[in-house]
Design a protein around this ligand. Structure first.
Ligand code: ADP
Length: 474
């Protein structure tokens, strides 16, 4: 099949979260199954792709807010699929950041991603690449579903099946309704059954309503989004869409995340040869300026510092962990209040708690490899990748039973246990889970078993790619 895949971030070129990893690994896995996959993404100013050249003629789209001219760029072929970058300096190239900068989200995101969604289709039409499936991801690509159904009558694009993957429904791309006019969207679509959500234009809703099939990034998440809380205001809509909604757990890109071959680690290891993990732990403590104390359990925290991730719970239990002899390393970027909280804890517990604010791929790998436990007490978690990386890297995850965390981590009370799982979103519940982790630490034989079960798990993308194939066929 010909597949056109639209994603606002694609690893390794641009990344703020898990979507970027998926937008690389899933097209790759589909390519290996023999499909022709074209990935289209914006060419941001800070894109990590040095040697790109033009691969199309410039193309001008006419919007009521003005004409926008863009061009496709590509690099040398890589892997089993093609990635094209939309070069449009005003919207993407002439600034740093994917969705925003230190001052917050960009004020013209409705135009940037409205353009992105529509331009991707227009470029394919100009080129004569006729997809059997147009695969959209999250709100940034949502308007392509509308454009596909309303703007390409009489062309082969109109026959393409439209699939939307929901990586996170808390971000919905809701904008003031005059955006309808700016982008030239027909007002008859601005209804509660259509694109309107609380009298605003919702890019996500546009995708949900107009797509032929919806995929949530884990089975549990596909059920949670049909509730008021889990749907972030769209629960009723997802319930109504249940017949076209499925859950497919993301995989792990094992080319990038496999402790046996990971080039970003100072030493490699596997379930049968764990010595390298101790080397990674030493390097991790060194990188964080912590004393070398292999007898102390080392807790790792990695990810966006956002409300979703339960940062306040982590910060609440850190003093207790330190009191019990643990060390803690943190890597992440995000909200100022959370950064400040971590900085205060680092100042209070020198040599015990160490925090790095920033985005650092190499350090992320080292943290997954060198930690003994990994804390992920998310409020909600569509799929989550870090807990899967932890399992594969022999780092026991401590997670809340929610979304993809519930689908991947099995509590160590059961025979197949690979981690510690708790239910309530509260510091108390996380603390009790941490106490269970500390008891596991005190029982090396059991720790070895639990660790080995995680490391033997198969999270490869082949399974997910075949499940997507079935959705593509309809
Ligand atoms: P989300 O998509 O909600 O941010 P996921 O766990 O699904 O969370 O994916 C996050 C991805 O981003 C993982 O690959 C993780 O390793 C990476 N990541 C997050 N924060 C950082 C950081 N500060 N430095 C390096 N990698 C990070």
């Amino acid at each position: 099949m010909n597949v056109l895949f639209l994603a606002s971030e694609v690893a390794p070129y641009s990344k703020t979260g898990g979507l970027a990893d998926v937008a690389h690994a899933l097209p790759d896995a589909l390519g290996r199954l023999g499909h022709q996959v074209r990935v289209i993404t914006p060419r941001y100013g800070d894109l990590q792709a040095p040697s790109l050249g033009p691969s199309s003629e410039p193309l001008t789209l006419h919007f009521p807010f003005g004409d926008v001219t863009g061009q496709l760029f590509e690099g040398p072929p890589q892997g089993s699929f093609r990635t094209s970058f939309i070069h449009q300096p005003e919207f993407f190239g002439n600034r740093l950041g994917v969705y925003g900068d230190a001052h917050g989200g960009f004020g013209d995101n409705h135009l940037r991603f409205g353009y992105f969604a529509m331009a991707a289709l227009a470029f394919m039409q100009a080129e004569g690449f006729w997809p059997d499936v147009v695969h959209l991801n999250d709100w940034q690509a949502g308007l392509a579903a509308v454009a596909l159904r309303r703007g390409f009558h009489g062309t082969p694009l109109a026959d393409a099946r439209c699939v939307l993957t929901l990586h996170n429904v808390a971000y919905q791309g809701n904008f003031p309704k005059h955006t309808m006019s700016e982008l030239g969207l027909p007002w008859e679509l601005f209804t509660p059954e259509g694109l309107a959500h609380h009298d605003e234009l919702s890019f996500l809703k546009a995708g949900v309503v107009f797509a032929d099939a919806l995929v949530a990034v884990s089975p549990t998440f596909s059920r949670e989004i049909q509730t008021d809380d889990g749907g972030h205001g769209l629960g009723g809509l997802f319930q109504a869409c249940a017949p076209k909604l499925t859950g497919i757990l993301n995989g792990v890109d094992t080319d990038a995340w496999d402790p046996a071959v990971d080039p970003l680690l100072p030493a490699r290891f596997s379930v049968d040869a764990l010595e390298g993990k101790a080397v990674c732990a030493q390097a991790l403590r060194h990188a964080y300026g912590l004393p070398d104390a292999p007898e102390a359990p080392l807790f790792g925290v990695l990810g966006r510092m956002a409300d979703q991730k339960g940062v306040e719970l982590i910060q609440a239990v850190l003093p207790g962990l330190v009191d019990r002899g643990a060390q803690v390393v943190v890597l992440g970027t995000g909200e100022r209040r959370y950064q400040d909280g971590y900085r205060a804890l680092m100042a209070r517990f020198p040599g015990r708690v160490s925090v790095r604010i920033g985005f650092d791929e190499g350090l992320a790998h080292l943290l997954e490899a060198g930690s003994d436990f990994f804390l992920m007490p998310s409020r909600f978690e569509p799929c989550g990748l870090n807990q899967m990386y932890s399992l594969l890297y022999g780092t026991v995850p401590v997670v809340r039973r929610v979304g993809g965390l519930a689908d991947t981590v099995v509590d160590l009370d059961g025979p197949d246990g690979n981690g510690v799982v708790f239910d309530d979103f509260s510091a108390d519940a996380l603390w009790r889970a941490c106490e269970r982790a500390l008891r596991l630490w005190a029982d090396p034989a059991r720790l070895r078993e639990v660790r080995a079960r995680g490391m033997r798990q198969d999270f490869g993308w082949a399974r997910a790619a075949r499940a997507y194939e079935a959705v593509y066929r309809g």
